[in-house]
Structure formats: structure tokens, C-alpha cells
Design a protein around this ligand. Structure first.
Ligand SMILES: [Zn+2]
Length: 288
């Protein structure tokens, strides 16, 4: 089975991006895996610290590994937004393929210091694990926000990106390029879309010369996503759109069967609802 690094290189060569979808339960994992299988594309499953705590760090690793092995399928696992060295090492020891070490809320120099330390510590456990670092402000919380945060001042500059990559040794960079975690209510309704700074992405790519991840992809304009991938984005994160679909599907399963108590008769509604979102996003990321 290919390593994530090779899959990443191949998708870059093909001019497409890998979809990264967060999971918090088996419903989401089933939906993500079924979608990737249907479209025959590699996929990254993400679990943040909170999602890992709910599912169990070793348990989510075992689930994803079992799919990869049983179906000989390129499904990989990422420890999303890991804020401490301790949690990064826990994920590394549990068999994660990638780790997002997120010290982006700290001053630049401190972010560099902690990220560099994390890269070295993770690689000493397994050099094949890819470590992603983050600079700039893209907000927090993959949920529905009341107000749009002011992220204009926190955009990543190409010079910063270059310095950060060179001084930390990260494999992947997550820049702030107009993206934002979570969605506004108007985005959930489809009335507004997030817009990306495509020129900035190209400049960061030329300066940093590493794979780039776009966080907070939910609710982003389709055309901007296509252009962002063409400009150098290699991984696109989606979480809130899946969470919205998960809830809608669950409500449908409950409302249509008011007396049903059998989980495997209720939960498939949620699986189908999430699968629709994941399939449509994967189609977009893997088209030229
Ligand atoms: Zn993120």
C-alpha cells in the first residue's frame, strides 16, 4: 500500500487535490469511505482532538486501518488541529499517517519553536508521518457562527510562509488565504459563499514549495476551490458541511420513523445524507 506522501505527490502531478473529511462516529466514516470507493479516489479522514477524544485515539486508528487493509484502499488518517506535543505523540504512536500541529494562535517565533520540536519528535517515532504546520488566522470551530470573524489581518504572507517552512521542517503548510473554519448561517442556506485569495495561494506556493492544505473549506465557492487547487492547494478540509448533513439525515431518519428504535434502521439516513455531500465535494476536488 502506498504511503500518504506518494499519494500526495501523485495527485499533485495529476492537478487534483485530496479531500479531507472529519469524522466523529461510524456514520461519518462509512459515508466518507463509501464516497471515496464510489469515485475511486484516495481520501483523508480527519479527527481533531475533540473528535479523537470521543472516538478513542487508538480506536479511530484501528477503524481506518481496517478499511485500508481489508479493501486495499488508499484511505489515510490525520490528527487534525493538535495543540500539544503530548497529543501529537499520542497520535503518532497510535498509527496516524499525518498530524496537523497547530500552534497558529501563538506569536510567530513561538509557533516556529514548538512546531519544529513537534516535527522532530514525531519523525523520531515514525519518519513516514507527515507533519503539517499552520500560520495565520482562520478562526476556530467547525460549527455555525453567528458573525463573520475579521480574518483580514491574519492572512499568510509568502515571505512568512517560506521562513516558517524552512525553519520548522514541516511537510505540509496550512496558510490563511481567505478560508475560515465553520460556516455562517447564510452559507448553510447557500445564500453566501466564502471567497479565496487565489493570487496569494500561488505566491505562497512558489515561496514555500511544499504541499498546501486549505482548512475550513465548507461553504466555499466551487469555482474558487477549483482555482485554488490549480494554484497549488493539495488537500481540502471539509467538516461543517458534513456535520450539517449528518444532523439533517438523522432528523429525517427519526421523523420518518417516529416509533423506530433500531439504530441501523435510523442511522443509514444520516450516512446517505453525508455521502451526498462528500461525493459532490470529491468530484469537484478530483476534476481538472
Ligand atoms: Zn482546520
Amino acid at each position: 500500500m502506498d504511503l500518504l506522501e506518494n499519494v500526495l505527490r501523485q495527485t499533485e502531478k495529476n492537478g487534483v487535490a485530496i479531500g479531507h473529511f472529519n469524522i466523529a462516529d461510524l456514520v461519518l466514516l462509512k459515508a466518507v469511505f463509501a464516497s471515496a470507493q464510489e469515485l475511486k479516489v484516495p481520501v483523508l479522514v480527519g479527527a481533531s482532538e475533540g473528535e479523537r477524544e470521543f472516538m478513542g485515539v487508538r480506536q479511530v486508528a484501528a477503524l481506518v486501518r481496517s478499511l485500508r487493509e481489508e479493501f486495499d484502499f488508499p484511505i489515510f488518517l490525520n490528527a487534525d488541529h493538535t495543540h500539544s506535543l503530548e497529543k501529537a505523540l499520542e497520535a503518532a504512536k497510535s498509527g496516524f499517517d499525518a498530524i496537523v500541529f497547530d500552534a497558529s494562535a501563538l506569536p510567530f517565533e513561538e509557533n516556529v519553536r514548538q512546531t519544529k520540536e513537534a516535527v522532530q519528535a514525531v519523525k523520531s517515532i515514525n519518519p513516514a508521518i507527515l507533519v503539517e504546520g499552520e500560520i495565520g488566522d482562520i478562526g476556530t470551530g467547525s460549527e455555525i457562527h453567528e458573525e463573520a470573524p475579521d480574518l483580514a489581518k491574519g492572512l499568510t504572507t509568502p515571505a512568512q510562509a517560506k521562513q516558517y517552512v524552512e525553519s520548522t521542517g514541516i511537510d505540509i503548510l496550512a496558510p490563511a488565504v481567505g478560508n475560515m473554519h465553520g460556516m455562517l448561517q447564510s452559507m448553510v442556506q447557500g445564500e453566501t459563499k466564502k471567497r479565496l485569495d487565489i493570487v496569494r495561494i500561488s505566491q505562497i506556493k512558489s515561496a514555500a514549495r511544499v504541499p498546501l492544505t486549505l482548512h475550513g473549506g465548507s461553504g466555499t465557492d466551487d469555482e474558487d476551490l477549483r482555482k485554488a487547487i490549480a494554484a497549488g492547494i493539495n488537500i481540502v478540509h471539509m467538516n461543517t458541511e458534513l456535520r450539517v448533513a449528518w444532523r439533517r439525515g438523522l432528523e429525517e431518519g427519526l421523523n420518518k420513523q417516529p416509533h423506530e428504535v433500531v439504530p441501523y434502521k435510523i442511522l443509514p439516513f444520516a450516512v446517505n445524507s453525508v455521502e451526498e455531500v462528500v461525493c459532490s465535494r470529491l468530484r469537484l476536488f478530483s476534476s481538472h
